[in-house]
Design a protein around this ligand. Sequence first.
Ligand SMILES: NC(=O)C1=CN([C@@H]2O[C@H](COP(=O)(O)OP(=O)(O)OC[C@H]3O[C@@H](n4cnc5c(N)ncnc54)[C@H](O)[C@@H]3O)[C@@H](O)[C@H]2O)C=CC1
Ligand SMILES: O=C(O)C(=O)COP(=O)(O)O
Length: 529
Amino acid sequence: MSKPKVLISDALSPAAVQIFKDRGIEVDFQPNLGKDKDKLAEIIGNYDGLAIRSATKATAKIIDKATRLKVIGRAGIGVDNVEIPAATAKGIIVMNTPFGNSITTAEHAITLMLALAREIPQADASTQAGKWEKNRFMGVEITGKTLGVIGCGNIGSIAADRALGLRMKVIAFDPFLSPERAKDLGVEKVDLDELFKRADFITLHTPLTEKTKNIIDAAALAKMKKGVRIINCARGGLVDEQALVDALNSKHVAGAAFDVFVEEPATSNVLFGHPNVICTPHLGAATTEAQENVALQVAEQMSDYLLNGAISNAVNFPSITAEEAPKLRPFIELAEKLGSFAGQLTESGIAKVQITYEGHVAEMKIKALTSAVLSGLLRPMLGDVNVVSAPVVAKERGMVVDEIVRAAESDYESLITVTVTTERQERSVSGTVYADGKPRLVDIKGIRVDAEFGKSMIYVTNEDKPGFIGKFAGLLGDAKINIATFHLGRTKQGGDAIALVEVDGAVPADVLAKVKALPQVKQVKALVF
Ligand SMILES: NC(=O)C1=CN([C@@H]2O[C@H](COP(=O)(O)OP(=O)(O)OC[C@H]3O[C@@H](n4cnc5c(N)ncnc54)[C@H](O)[C@@H]3O)[C@@H](O)[C@H]2O)C=CC1
Ligand SMILES: O=C(O)C(=O)COP(=O)(O)O
């Protein structure tokens, strides 16, 4: 296997480069490339991994050109610069580093709050201009004031903690904040209108979503206390910038400090130049400590995935630890092959897939295994599907996917059963993994077998009558097709029977047609794994 190749297209700490190299991964460090989308589109096809911050926009167009890309790693938190559905549809894992820069960003919010309270940037500019305007600047005290935190997740809760240390009263609006957590943090959970009504300072710490877009608009501003100060270190678009300018002009809002903007890079903005506005160029995460943290973490995570299949902090796939990955791998292979077996036999639309996990396997990462079943199932029909994209593709096609988890009921320590319901029939196939780590088929439509998945196989369903096996083997021999393994099973004497034969090389269509024409044969299929 050739070395995986990673492109770093944003200004990550060089610590990331070293990690990739130490792990045996080839790395191209082009810290300004992210800004040049044409160049990025031109070369992205050469890489297995893409490491970014916020300047690179991993759009559907770029992703479309990323023919061998397996993972996008965001050295930071927000992944709004990545088109996740496009990445998922192409089977690309998107991962971030959800904690590495939280403290630093919370500290930036607190810094901006204090800078607003005392007009530090304005006073600095005036003093250094030789004006000594001692009487122009009159600040407000922080102690005893109320800070309203909108979004009390990782960063919001650190900001709240720091504000409490400054002897502020902290109130928070976050629909997902439990009363217990609020109590632990020492904040008062309130609804949004109450926060607007009571806060002297408001700091935003939510992602930008349909729900949070313009969460502070003209109507919200009107509900706020006169003299409120607003800090946004989360995402541009949470605040309606023009409405804020109007409120600043009318002095309803006393000041605003913004690190993020609707359009970035923000080289012009309606907020710029207002005397009561402080701006920084998306510096929330910009400390040596945070940048080192996120760079190291993203490089480790991406290397783990590219080299061992371990997945952490993926936003579009369940996590699989480095310890779990080797144990899970043979079951992923089994799941994919069972799916593929069912998929290759299915000729009409699939309405429902039921996957039953029994025994040890029921305690593993079911979501990952189900994704593997679906990818195996869909690939024969749709081609370019993998474990990341399969669940979305299945959903788009209206397939019902049921998972059943239960204790071992069979002779096997672990058993996976895939039951596919089409418009015409229901078909079940079960498999296990033995101690040798190889996946085995153990049951097909209720008929017991014990077969490995060969590269090239012939599957026959027939009536259990004398004469079939000899004729079948004879036909293969005449066609110079060498039989590697031969498995038979039947429901009962004279009932339904199956033959599953591994052969060397592909099976020509005319040979299949001759097998099909044998009197006892009901169905015949060439399968490839
Ligand atoms: N300026 C910068 O350089 C940086 C900005 N960020 C941004 O900060 C934001 C917050 O990051 P984290 O705290 O790590 O995220 P998080 O996911 O830990 O917290 C976000 C919180 O927002 C809450 N939330 C979601 N919808 C809400 C709504 N409609 N109203 C109120 N609350 C809502 C969630 O329940 C959650 O508790 C993200 O947008 C991230 O991209 C993060 C790092 C650096
Ligand atoms: O981590 C985040 O969400 C950030 O916004 C930080 O962005 P950056 O890596 O500094 O471009």
